[in-house]
Design a binder for this molecule. Structure first.
Ligand code: ADP
Ligand code: MG
Ligand code: ZN
Length: 665
C-alpha cells in the first residue's frame, strides 16, 4: 500500500533517481490518457489534466465573442466550452532517457489538449443558443442530464488509473502486496485529489489584509529559502492559524502562500475527515502527511479546522465525537512528528477560534495566529478592483461609492457583487459595466433580487409604503443618522416587502451612544407609522424588532450605555466572528433587570418615533402617497419632498454612522 502511494508521488517530486519501472507507468499513463481523450472526445481531459478551468459566465461570453470557442456542450445546469489546444504530432516516437523527457511529453500532451471551461449556467438557454448560432462555426451539443453516464465517465479514468498504478506497484514490490486492496480501502487516498501543484493564486489576488500578508510573507520566505533560517538556528512556527469571519479570504490567503512560495498545496476541509466509518479521519490525516512529506517543501492546509479541533472537554462522548478526537490526536501527533526543517508548513483556518482545543494552539503546533479581518473602506475598494480586473467598466464607475455603501461586506460578497453587475450588463447587451449595475448588484447581494411576481394587495402596498416612509422620515428628522439613498416598495426575494437604503458618508469604526439611540428610533419607526395611521400593527416589522432588540441588549450588556447598569459588562461575546455569539454572564435576577431595561429602551424609542411622525403627519401622508404611485424613489426626491412639506432644510449629519442596512419591512 505504501509503494502504491509513493509511486503516485514520484512524478510530482523533482530530483532523486527514478526507478526504471516508473517510466513504464508514466508512458502507460500518457497512453491511457490519449485513448481516453479519443473515446470521449475531450470529456476525459477534464478529469485527467489541468486543462479544465472554471470560468464565469461573462468570461465565457467574452471568449465566444473572441472566436476562441469551437464547441459548446449545454446541459440543464452546466455549460462546457471547448477551446482548441495547440497540436503536435501525437504519433511521433519519443525516446525517454531522463526525467526531462517525461516532462516534455507530459507538457506537449497538455498543450495539445483542448482547454475545457466549465461555466455554471445563468438564465435562459434560448438566448444563449441563438447567440452561439449567430456566431457561426460553433458546434452546439445539448446534453440530457444522465447521472449514470456522467458517473461512469467520471469514475472510469480513476478506476483505470488506480488499477494501473496498483499493478505497477505490485510488480515493483515483487508481485505481492496489497495493490488492489489498497485501491478499495476507504478514505485512504482522498488527499490526492486535493493536491494542487500550483495554486496559481498570489498575494496580488488578495486585496487588503496587509497585516495578514505581512505575517505570511515570512512563511513564504522560509519555504523559498529554508537554509537562510536554519543556518542562523531560527525556528519557524510549524503551523499558522488563520482566523476571521467567513468570506474574508482565509482560504484564498492560504492558497496565495503556496502560490507565492511556488510549492504544492495540500488541502482538506475539517469535515472531510469526519465520516461515518471509525478511524477514517485518523487514517486520512496520516495519509495526507505521508504524501506531504514526499512532496516537501509544501503546504498542508486544513480548512475549517473547528470541525475536528473542537475542544475535547466541552463535548459529550458520542460516537462521532470519539471519531473526531481520534482524528485530532492523529493530527497533533503528526505535527509533533516532523521538524519544520522538513519543509512542511501546516496552515489551518477557522471562524471559531474560541472553541478550538487548547492542545492545538500550544507551541510547536498552531502557534502563530493570523487575524483576517473584515475589510475596511480601503480594503473594500481594493477588493472590488481586484475582482473587476477582467471586467470591462465604463467611466461612471466609482468604487469608492460602492465601497462606502457596503460596510460590513466581506471579500466574498464583493466578488459576488462584481459578478452580478457583469451579468446585468451582459443581459442588457451592453459591453461595459456601469455604476448603476454595481449599485443594483449591491442591493441584490444585500436584500435579494426584485420579486416582480409577488403582487401585494392595494391595502398591503399602502401599509408597506407608510412603514417605509416612517423609517425614512425619522431618519431625516434626526441628526446622527445616515442619509437616505432610496426608498422602495418593490418586494425582494430575501423576504423584504420594501426597504429604505441608507448610505454613510464616510467609513466609521466607532458608534456613539447618540447614534445608537437614534438608530433604535429608526428601527422602530416603521411600526410606529403603522400604529399611527392604521391603528393596527402587522407582522411586517418582525425584522426591525429583532434588530432593535439586539442593539438595545448590546447597549445594555456590552457597551455600558445604560443608566441603570453603567459600565458593568453583563455578557461576553464567545464567538468573535459569528453573530448570535453572546452569552449572558450575570445572575438570574440581574438578567431579569436587563430585560426590563431593554424593554424600557425599546418603548422609549418607539414613543419617540411616534411623536416625531405625529408631528410630521402631513409629510408622512404625502410622501407615502407618492411612494405608492412611484414604487421606488431616490433619496434626492425624498429630501426634496421632505423639505417642501416640512420647511426643514437638511438636518444634516455631524457624524454619520457605520452600518448601512437594507432594512426589511
Ligand atoms: P474564507 O475562507 O475566509 O471563508 P474565502 O477565501 O473562501 O473566504 O473567500 C471566498 C472568495 O471571496 C474568494 O475566492 C475571493 O474570490 C473572494 N475574496 C475574499 N476575500 C478576498 C480578498 N481579501 N481579496 C480578494 N478576494 C477576496
Ligand atoms: Mg474558507
Ligand atoms: Zn421596517
Amino acid at each position: 500500500m505504501d509503494n502504491n502511494r509513493q509511486n503516485n508521488n514520484k512524478d510530482k517530486k523533482p530530483g532523486g533517481g527514478i526507478p526504471q519501472s516508473i517510466f513504464g507507468a508514466l508512458i502507460a499513463l500518457v497512453a491511457i490518457s490519449f485513448i481516453y481523450s479519443m473515446i470521449f472526445s475531450g470529456t476525459a481531459g477534464r478529469y485527467l489534466s489541468n486543462n479544465q478551468a472554471e470560468i464565469s459566465y461573462s468570461e465565457f461570453i467574452q471568449k465566444v465573442n473572441e472566436g476562441k470557442i469551437y464547441r459548446v456542450r449545454i446541459s440543464s445546469e452546466d455549460i462546457y466550452a471547448y477551446e482548441k489546444g495547440e497540436t503536435f504530432n501525437k504519433d511521433e516516437e519519443v525516446e525517454i532517457k531522463n526525467e526531462q523527457d517525461i516532462k516534455n511529453v507530459l507538457e506537449n500532451f497538455q498543450k495539445s489538449q483542448d482547454k475545457i471551461y466549465h461555466i455554471v449556467k445563468v438564465g435562459d438557454d434560448k438566448d444563449l443558443v441563438n447567440r452561439l448560432i449567430e456566431k457561426g462555426n460553433i458546434e452546439i451539443i445539448g446534453v440530457k442530464a444522465s447521472i449514470i453516464m456522467d458517473l461512469i465517465i467520471s469514475l472510469a479514468p480513476f478506476i483505470i488509473l488506480w488499477l494501473l498504478i496498483g499493478m505497477f506497484a505490485r510488480r515493483m514490490s515483487g508481485g505481492m502486496g496489497g495493490g488492489i486492496g489498497g485501491i478499495f480501502s476507504v478514505g485512504q487516498s482522498k488527499a490526492k485529489r486535493y493536491m494542487q501543484r500550483e495554486t496559481g493564486v498570489t498575494f496580488k489576488d488578495v486585496a487588503g489584509e496587509d497585516e495578514a500578508k505581512e505575517s505570511l510573507q515570512e512563511i513564504v520566505d522560509f519555504l523559498h529559502n529554508p537554509k537562510k533560517y536554519t543556518y542562523v538556528g531560527a525556528k519557524l512556527p510549524k503551523g499558522a492559524l488563520l482566523v476571521g469571519p467567513p468570506g474574508t479570504g482565509k482560504t484564498l490567503l492560504a492558497k496565495a502562500v503556496a502560490g507565492e512560495a511556488k510549492v504544492p498545496f495540500f488541502s482538506m476541509t475539517g469535515s472531510d475527515f469526519v465520516e461515518m466509518f471509525a478511524g477514517v479521519g485518523a487514517s486520512r490525516v496520516r495519509d495526507l502527511f505521508k504524501q506531504a512529506k514526499a512532496a516537501a517543501p509544501c503546504i498542508v492546509f486544513i480548512d475549517e479546522i473547528d470541525a475536528i479541533g473542537r475542544s475535547r472537554d466541552t463535548r459529550a462522548g458520542s460516537g462521532a465525537d470519539s471519531e473526531r478526537e481520534q482524528t485530532l490526536n492523529q493530527l497533533l501527533s503528526e505535527m509533533d512528528g516532523f521538524e519544520i526543517n522538513n519543509g512542511i508548513m501546516v496552515m489551518a483556518a477557522t471562524n471559531r477560534p474560541e472553541i478550538l482545543d487548547q492542545a492545538l494552539l500550544r507551541p510547536g503546533r498552531f502557534d502563530r495566529r493570523i487575524v483576517v479581518e473584515k475589510p475596511d473602506l480601503k480594503g473594500r475598494i481594493n477588493i472590488l478592483k481586484v475582482h473587476a480586473k477582467d471586467v470591462k467598466l465604463d467611466d461612471t464607475v466609482d468604487f469608492e461609492e460602492i465601497a462606502l455603501s457596503t460596510s460590513g461586506a466581506v471579500g466574498a460578497d464583493l466578488a459576488n457583487m462584481i459578478n452580478e453587475a457583469a451579468i446585468t450588463a451582459a443581459k442588457a447587451k451592453r459591453d461595459k459595466v456601469c455604476q448603476q449595475d454595481l449599485k443594483d448588484a449591491v442591493e441584490v447581494v444585500l436584500v435579494g433580487k426584485e420579486k416582480k411576481d409577488r403582487i401585494l394587495s392595494k391595502e398591503e402596498r399602502k401599509i408597506v409604503s407608510y412603514h417605509e416612509v416612517g423609517h425614512a422620515l425619522v431618519t431625516a428628522l434626526q441628526k446622527h443618522t445616515e442619509p437616505v439613498q432610496k426608498i422602495t416598495i418593490v418586494p425582494r426575494t430575501m423576504g423584504a416587502l420594501g426597504y429604505v437604503l441608507q448610505t454613510p458618508e464616510e467609513e466609521k469604526y466607532l458608534n456613539t451612544k447618540k447614534e445608537l439611540e437614534e438608530k433604535l428610533v429608526v428601527f422602530l419607526s416603521g411600526r410606529a407609522a403603522e400604529d399611527i395611521v392604521f391603528d393596527t400593527i402587522t407582522t411586517g416589522a418582525a425584522n426591525d424588532i429583532e434588530q432593535a432588540t439586539k442593539l438595545a441588549r448590546a447597549m445594555v450588556t456590552q457597551y455600558g450605555m445604560s443608566e441603570k447598569f453603567g459600565l458593568m459588562g453583563l455578557a461576553t461575546n464567545h464567538s468573535m466572528y459569528l453573530e448570535n455569539g453572546v452569552d449572558m454572564n450575570c445572575g438570574d435576577e440581574t438578567a431579569t433587570q436587563v430585560d426590563e431595561e431593554v424593554q424600557k429602551m425599546l418603548k422609549d424609542a418607539f414613543e419617540k418615533a411616534k411623536a416625531m411622525l405625529k408631528e410630521h403627519r402631513e409629510a408622512l401622508d404625502k410622501i407615502a402617497e407618492y411612494l405608492i404611485e412611484k414604487e421606488t424613489i431616490t433619496g434626492k426626491e425624498f429630501m426634496k419632498l421632505f423639505t417642501e412639506i416640512t420647511g426643514i432644510a437638511e438636518v444634516k449629519n455631524e457624524r454619520v454612522s457605520e452600518k448601512e442596512d437594507g432594512d426589511n419591512v
